[in-house]
Write a protein that binds this ligand. Structure first.
Ligand code: PBG
Length: 324
């Protein structure tokens, strides 16, 4: 006689819903958007089917559409023209920077939205690195000063969270202090706590034209082989004043998400990165996967691992699935 029959709890849709442990809520998504300098410009990203680089007018429209679908949080990345890039990423904090202007417009037009920025040098750096490069090395503390200028300019634009994606040591504390000294105590920091040196950022670097001109990012981004080190990064970020911790990428690092969720009390975000999006999209386009099921399974797995928040290029399409 079989006393334990787990299949009893799978008998019908109604029962399966009763025992379901993980739910997808579109309120938990942050939708990444790539911003161009020309207001009405729209350029496809060949490695990310369905995702475009958009000028300000189209970004405002996109955000309006998303808000109607229930997606209210966004992370905005600037696509900077090559001639505006330099070794010091100085365009990042200049008043004429289109990124800062658009951030301000978004918050003016949609104060109910939550806007996360990108704090790192790579979109503006002629070297394509997240930090300041000198004699072939990334100089940590000099980078912090540049990041703080960029961060203050973004805070001034009225945004909700800074998103330091650079992986310099001490940057969360440095930015927190800079914000507080300038009176921006309400601006939060969603820290890219455990950001790995990953192959899955490939399509994003195409989108931003931001691949490193030489070398790789292994002296600042983490080794995919390490997870204890993610705990160390999390401990430091908490001590330094982070409001939300992030693991990036998500899929190949579900164990890291789980680990941080078990051990720490801050909300955990996970970045379902460009390469993860491209894998699902291209395999679905080729007819190898059922696209909708694959997307929902991927996203469910990230929530199940313990993520409270997911940054994903699928956010808008999931919101429209949920309307159906
Ligand atoms: C760089 C940055 C990267 C991503 C977000 N910020 C790429 C990198 O570190 O080279 C990747 C996001 C994605 O792949 O979707 N500051």
């Amino acid at each position: 006689m079989l006393i334990r029959r787990p299949r009893r709890n799978r008998r019908s849709e109604a029962i399966r819903e009763l025992v379901k442990e993980t739910y997808i809520s579109i309120k938990k998504f942050i939708y990444p958007i790539f911003l161009l300098s020309q207001p009405s410009q729209k350029v496809e990203i060949s490695s990310m089917p369905g995702i475009f680089r958009l000028g300000e007018e189209l970004v405002l429209k996109e955000i309006e559409d998303c808000l109607q679908l229930g997606v209210s949080s966004f992370v905005i990345f600037p696509v900077v023209e090559e001639e505006k890039k330099d070794q010091l990423a100085s365009f990042s904090y200049l008043e004429e920077n289109f990124y800062l202007k658009t951030l301000r417009k978004i918050k003016e037009k949609f104060p109910e939205s939550c806007i996360v920025t990108d704090v790192a040098m790579d979109p503006y750096s002629s070297d394509g690195h997240d930090g300041y490069l000198e004699n072939g090395k990334i100089v940590n503390d000099k980078t912090l000063k540049i990041l703080a200028k960029m961060a203050l300019a973004q805070a001034q634009a009225g945004i909700d969270y800074l998103g330091p994606s650079d992986m310099m040591d001490g940057r969360v504390g440095y930015l927190r202090e800079a914000l507080d000294k300038a009176g921006y105590t309400e601006v939060g920091i969603i820290s890219y706590t455990a950001k790995y040196a990953s192959a899955f950022y490939g399509p994003f670097r195409e989108a931003l034209d931001s691949a490193p001109k030489q070398g790789d990012k292994k002296t600042y981004q983490m080794d995919p082989a390490n997870s204890l080190e993610a705990e160390l990064e999390a401990e430091l970020d908490i001590l330094e004043g982070a409001d939300i911790l992030m693991v990036k990428p998500a899929l190949a690092y579900l164990d890291v998400i789980f680990r941080l969720k078990q051990k720490f009390t801050l909300p955990i975000a996970a970045y379902n990165v460009s390469g993860e999006y491209s894998m699902v999209k291209t395999a679905s386009k080729a007819g190898f996967l059922d696209e909708k099921k694959a997307i929902l399974e991927v996203i469910t797995s990230i929530f199940r691992a313990g993520a409270d928040i997911i940054l994903t290029y699928h956010a808008k399409e999931i919101a429209s699935f949920m309307r159906m």
